[in-house]
Design a protein around this ligand. Structure first.
Ligand SMILES: [Zn+2]
Length: 244
């Protein structure tokens, strides 16, 4: 699998886009960033490998969650630079992946399986929930948002990234007709970092994502532009808060 990943990586590499910049990584503080491609996923820290999206998320966490060091955190992935950052900077960290053939709440090879539409955690378990590029893949995202709200403590934060489109309304890519999910847009996929496969995109979020979070019970929801850019790239990050 590592070899095929390396091959896919080389196939995406465009020599004309390669670059090096004397900029500080928002996560590990290393002073060199590399540009492998002119995209937010193609600009990375030369040491920890964090993309502009992950760096935007962590810079927003540092700015918006002052009590990070004492926080009990749930992150919806089990590896990568974001997990490494949370492990170093938070009081307690729970991670998970959506695993095939594993019941939510069970583990395989030390990795906990969770389905965000029906989390197995008790109510009010965490001070902070985070996710990166997850919710655009969740079939019933409203159920997922309600579940995150449920497992957060009063005053807890939900800080996450999804691809945000410059549109007022979210565009659903599927509709339910006669109990079946039917594609109403051309199928789109993203790479699934954990399983090394691709995963269907369920919707393209617009600015009404804020209203969707309010509808799920969040007292406050905002789209925040991170405080720094990475090779000119910065991803707006969603910050939602459970009421007290
Ligand atoms: Zn770094």
């Amino acid at each position: 699998m590592a070899a095929s990943r390396a091959l896919r990586f080389l196939q995406t590499l465009r020599l004309g886009e390669l670059g090096l910049a004397r900029e500080r990584c928002a996560i590990c503080g290393f002073g060199w960033l590399v540009r492998l491609a002119r995209s937010e996923m193609g600009v990375r820290c030369a040491r920890c490998g964090a993309s502009a999206v992950t760096q935007s998320l962590v810079a927003t966490l540092r700015a918006e969650v002052p009590a990070l060091a004492s926080a009990a955190v749930y992150e919806m992935s089990a590896q990568g630079p974001l997990v490494a950052f949370l492990r170093r900077h938070c009081a307690a960290l729970t991670t998970s992946e959506l695993l095939d053939d594993v019941a939510p709440g069970d583990s395989r090879d030390g990795v906990l399986c969770q389905n965000v539409e029906r989390l197995t955690f008790a109510d009010a378990s965490f001070d902070l929930c985070t996710s990166s590029e997850v919710f655009e893949h969740v079939e019933d995202d409203a159920a997922g948002f309600r579940e995150v709200h449920r497992v957060l403590r009063p005053g807890g934060r939900f800080v996450f990234s999804v691809p945000l489109h410059d549109a007022a309304q979210t565009q659903e890519r599927f509709a339910v007709r006669d109990g079946e999910r039917i594609a109403v847009q051309p199928l789109a996929y993203h790479a699934d970092r954990y399983r090394g496969a691709t995963i269907l995109v369920q919707r393209d979020y617009g600015r009404d994502l804020v209203q969707r979070l309010h509808a799920a019970g969040f007292a406050d929801a905002r789209i925040v532009l991170p405080p720094q850019r990475v090779f000119g790239h910065a991803r707006p990050i969603v910050v939602a808060a459970r009421g007290d």
